[in-house]
Structures are given as C-alpha cells and as structure tokens.
Design a protein around this ligand. Sequence first.
Ligand code: NAP
Ligand code: 3JN
Length: 346
Amino acid sequence: MPNQKQFHVAVVGVTGAVGEQIVRLLDERGFPIRQLKLLASARSAGRKVRFRGEDITVEEATPASFEGVEIAFFSAGGDVSKALVPHAVAAGAICIDNTSAYRMDPDVPLVVPEVNVDGINENKGIIANPNCSTIQMVAALKPLYDRFGMSRIIVSTYQAVSGAGSRAIEEMKRQTADVLAGREVKPDLLPVSSLPVKHPIAFNAIPQIDKFLDNGFTNEEMKMINETKKIMGDDTIEVTATCVRIPVVYGHSESVYVELKRDFDVEEVKRLLAEAPGIVLVDDPSEQRYPLATEAAGRTETFVGRIRRDLGNPRALNMWIVSDNLLKGAAWNAVQIGEYIAIEQP
Ligand code: NAP
Ligand code: 3JN
C-alpha cells in the first residue's frame, strides 16, 4: 500500500500460546511494522524469534520497555497487564489487551470488530479483547440480535486445553500417553493451577474453568455473562453459562440456546449467518456437515451449524458455534483491532 505508515509494535507475552500466534499473524498479514519489540518474562529474555527473515531477541518486559512503541499487544496475564499497560499508555502506545484486566472498565472499549468496531475510536489508550468463549458467541449472535432482538442466551461450552496455555496442552498429551500406556495419571495443572485439587483432563470433561465465585458460577462463566452484555451494548439480555474443559487441543465449541424477540424463519437465520462477516455456515445434517473443532483449528473464522427451532419455544433457536480459541478467540481478534488502528482508521 503506497504511503502506508509503518509502526513501532510491541508484543508482550510473545513466548506464550497467544503471543506466538500474534507474531505469526502480524507476519502473515503484512502488518505495517517499522520496528518489532518482543517481550516476555526474565525467564525467556535472550531467546530468539524469527520474524521476516530476522532473528529478534526476546527482552524482559519492564515499565521502561515501551519508549517509542505505538501499538502494544498484551497477552501475558492480567497481573502483567495491570502492571505494564499504564506505562505503555504513558509512553504513547495504544494497547490491545488480551487479558481480563480492563475488560469491564467503563473507560475501556471491549471490541469484537464484527460486532462493535466503532468502540475502537473511543479508546483512551486501551482496547480490551474479550474472553475467547465470548468472542465467538457474540460474533455469531450479532446478526440475529440486529434483525430479531434477543432476550435470553443459555450457553454450554466445550473448551480446548490450549485456552489454559501451552503447559495445559503438554499436560493433556502426557496424561493421554500415560493412560494408553497403562501408567498412573498425575494431574498437576487443571482445572486451576493455583488451587490444590487437580483433575485429569485426558478422557475427561471438567465442569470448572477458573475459580468459583460465591454465586456458584466460575470466573469464566461470569466473563461470558458480563462481557456479552457489554459488547452487545444491552444489559437486558439474560445470559447464563456453563463452561467445561474437554480434551481437545485447539477450538472451543459451544451449544447455544437463544431466545429472540421477534418471529423468525429458520432459513432467513441461516441466510443472515451465511452472509455475516467472519462467519461460516456449516449446516447440512443430510450430509452430516456441522462445525468441528478439528476443522476450525488454524482458521480465523467462526463456524455455525446445527441450527434448529426449539421445540418448546417457537421464538428460540439452538445452534453449535465453533472457533479456534487462540485465533478468533485471542490473537486474530487482537490483530484485527490492530489493523483497524494501523490501516483502516483515517
Ligand atoms: P501461556 O502460554 O502460559 O504464556 C504466557 C506468556 O506470558 C509467556 O510469554 C510468558 O513469558 C509471559 N509472562 C508470564 N509472566 C510474565 C511476566 N511477569 N512478565 C512478562 N511476561 C510474562 O499463556 P497464553 O495462553 O499465551 O495466555 C496468556 C494470557 O493471554 C492469559 O493469561 C490471558 O490473560 C490471555 N488469554 C486470553 C484469551 C482470550 O480469551 N482472549 C485466551 C487465552 C489467553 P515466559 O515464557 O517468559 O514465561
Ligand atoms: O480457559 C480458556 O479457555 C480461556 C482462558 C482465558 C484466560 C486464561 C487466564 C487468564 C483469561 C482470559 O482471557 O479471560 C485470563 C485473564 O486474563 O483473566
């Protein structure tokens, strides 16, 4: 693109499951980069990451890391974002934060570009990327919300282990090998690394993602509930969620029941979804075609299928929504926001 401004970009958490995908996408998408700073903890300082034919040395992220940085992607956990994002903003960077640190801050837009891209223009230095399970659900529901209104969402998730970071992928593979070899399984990470009780993930389904709150819901479930209302800009939608970890590496799947405010035609629902940006309709029961985590892995789109009118409520639909949690659920949504800032915004 002629005269395209080139940016000084930083990626914090570059050695992690999400950070690695952010760098890959920046490269693949030809993101306009003049200088790239790669940051992680002191543990990874000195490691090299290859980017556009060059070896870039990973540095320890500190408050002083952001001088001259114009766009900073953060995916190193909420505590790191709370500690370092203010320094990056003070240095003049726009921060695209993948963590929950600022998502519910009323001064911070929480953005899924297909749903509320205008939020980006309201940023005061921070734009929050929603939780992965929320992103794929609102991306698929927004066209229906706009056309028919929406009163209630009931979602159950089937979440991949990569959502819990690189170590969780290794834990699942190790446990699977142990079970198949007849060895004892010793869980040491899931469901929550900082809690004393662990459960096996191999050949299992764990109905706990993150810690429990006093109301009986987990943090992950409350993120889905609160973030959905904020992104849709509608506090009146009733949302309830049950989040479950399953032994899949990439791709979160969701069973979603949604009550609409107006009468609908199922064929129109399918047409709206097929035409929606970032959505791929995969819905042909006669051919056994429906979204699968194995087919969504490595793709940036959100896949929707199994669409059917509810038998008890004619204004309700059931559907199955699948997306790669590290891509649309994290890295791709963040890079989309970055592209809007760097390329599309005047
Ligand atoms: P991960 O694979 O465990 O990677 C964590 C990354 O954070 C690594 O690069 C690690 O660097 C870095 N890090 C840890 N402590 C640090 C510190 N004190 N200073 C600087 N860097 C530090 O985790 P992940 O799956 O990539 O997830 C990272 C974060 O992204 C999560 O905690 C979450 O907040 C967010 N996330 C968001 C979504 C979403 O739904 N949008 C999905 C997944 C994750 P070292 O290699 O040096 O330890
Ligand atoms: O478990 C998953 O599938 C998604 C996990 C997301 C996650 C993991 C650790 C910390 C988050 C998140 O994005 O909400 C956070 C966090 O930033 O709170």
